[in-house]
Each structure stands twice: as structure tokens, then as C-alpha cells.
Design a protein around this ligand. Structure first.
Ligand code: HEM
Length: 76
């Protein structure tokens, strides 16, 4: 699986580049097609980042990632 740095992930914020990626527990998910992540914004959260810790603020669990494909691994 391809590894991406935080800087490479940061570009995939739906603004600098069209792709909208979010990292969760070391895996990078492509949520570009999600109506809930338009222009990289999801409520007060922004794509192009590792949002593992932010999930505790969400009214949902990580099951929301099930339907999205993993495009890479976040480099430590
Ligand atoms: C204030 C915080 C948040 C609120 C109010 C919120 C709200 C929601 C709601 C209402 C949905 C639709 C759930 C469903 O279809 O059952 C959703 C989906 C989703 N959320 Fe959040 N969320 C929050 C934070 C987060 C965080 C921090 C992440 C990432 C770690 C995240 C990732 C997602 C994803 C990937 C989806 C699925 C989108 C789709 O189905 O198109 N959310 N969120």
C-alpha cells in the first residue's frame, strides 16, 4: 500500500487538489464522493488531516468509513 506523508495528505483537502482524503488510525480514506465532505469540510472538521482524535467529538463511530476505499497509509 502506498505511503503518504502528512504534507502529501494536506494537499488532498478538496481545495489545493480535488481529492478529499482523511486519515483515521493510520489509514487514508478517499471521501471525495461524499456529500458530507464537500470542499473538504465536514461540520467543523477539515480533510487533508489525521482526524483520529477528533472522532470522539462525532455523533457517530468509525463505521462511517466502511464504504470508503483506503488509498494509502499515513507515514509515521
Ligand atoms: C462535530 C463532529 C461531527 C459531526 C456532527 C458529524 C456528523 C456526521 C453525520 C450526521 C454523518 C452522517 C452519518 C450517517 O450517514 O449515518 C456523518 C458521516 C460521516 N462522518 Fe461525521 N461528524 C462529525 C465528525 C466527524 C469526524 C471527526 C470524522 C473523521 C474522523 C467524521 C467522518 C465522517 C465520515 C467519513 C462520514 C461518512 C460520510 C458519507 O457517508 O458520505 N465525522 N458525520
Amino acid at each position: 500500500m502506498q505511503e503518504y506523508t502528512r504534507a502529501q495528505l494536506a494537499l488532498r483537502n478538496g481545495q489545493d487538489r480535488d481529492e478529499i482524503w482523511v486519515a483515521y488510525k493510520g489509514e487514508i480514506y478517499d471521501v471525495t464522493k461524499s456529500r458530507l465532505w464537500r470542499r473538504g469540510q465536514h461540520y467543523e472538521h477539515w480533510a487533508g488531516q489525521d482526524l483520529t482524535h477528533e472522532l470522539q467529538d462525532a455523533p457517530h463511530t468509525a463505521y462511517v468509513f466502511d464504504k470508503f476505499s483506503v488509498v494509502g497509509i499515513l507515514k509515521k
